[in-house]
Design a protein around this ligand. Structure first.
Ligand code: IDP
Ligand code: MG
Length: 160
C-alpha cells in the first residue's frame, strides 16, 4: 500500500478468486492456483473454508431474483471452497480471462472453465467482475488479519 503525500491511499488492484466446492472435490486446487501463480499475480490471502449460508447469499445478492439463486447458494455451501486474494495490475480482468466464460461450453480451451467444466452450475471457480466488487468480496470473505502483506522477491523479474 502506497500513500501519496497529500492524496488517498493507493492500493494495488485485487481480485477475490474462489475455487468452488466442485473444484475442491475434484482435486483441482493445485492446478488452479498454479495458473494464477505462473501468470505472475501475487497471492495475498488463502484459506480452505466452509461457507455459511448467509455469506453465500450476501456474496451473490445481485443474483437474488434469478431462478437459479437457491440452487446456486446450495452449491456454494455444499462443501469447502478455497478463498483467495490475488493482487496485481489488471488482475480483475486478467483473472476473468484465465477463468473463462460463465458457461463452460462457451469458455475457450486454455481457460479454467474451458478445460475443466461442462455446466454453468458446476463451473469450478469464481473471479470478481470489477475492482470495486473485488474489494467488496475480499471484505466479505476475509478478516483483515488474514490478509498478508509480503514482499515477493521475484517481482523485479516480472515487472520493469
Ligand atoms: P460469473 O461467475 O462468470 O461472474 P455470474 O453471471 O456472475 O457469472 O453468475 C454467478 C454464478 O452463478 C456463475 O458462476 C454460476 O455458478 C451461477 N450461474 C450463472 N448463471 C446460471 C444459470 O443459468 N444456471 C445455473 N447457475 C448459474
Ligand atoms: Mg459474477
Amino acid at each position: 500500500v502506497a500513500r501519496q503525500s497529500t492524496g488517498p491511499v493507493i492500493r494495488a488492484e485485487r481480485s477475490y478468486v474462489m475455487i468452488k466446492p466442485d473444484g475442491v472435490q475434484r482435486g483441482l486446487v493445485g492446478e488452479i492456483i498454479t495458473r494464477f501463480e505462473r501468470k505472475g499475480f501475487q497471492l495475498k490471502g488463502l484459506k480452505l473454508f466452509q461457507t455459511p449460508e448467509d455469506l453465500a447469499k450476501e456474496h451473490y445478492k445481485d443474483l437474488a431474483s434469478k431462478p437459479f439463486y437457491g440452487k446456486l447458494v446450495d452449491y456454494i455451501i455444499s462443501g469447502p471452497v478455497v478463498a483467495m486474494i490475488w493482487e496485481g495490475d489488471g488482475v480483475v480482468a486478467s483473472a476473468r480471462k484465465l477463468i473463462g466464460a460463465t458457461n463452460p461450453l462457451a469458455a475457450e480451451p486454455g481457460t479454467i472453465r474451458g478445460d475443466f467444466a461442462v455446466e454453468v452450475g458446476r463451473n469450478v471457480v469464481h473471479g470478481s467482475d470489477s475492482p470495486e466488487n473485488g474489494e467488496r468480496e475480499i471484505g466479505l470473505w476475509f478478516e483483515e488479519t488474514e490478509v498478508v502483506e509480503w514482499t515477493r522477491d521475484m517481482t523485479p523479474w516480472l515487472k520493469e
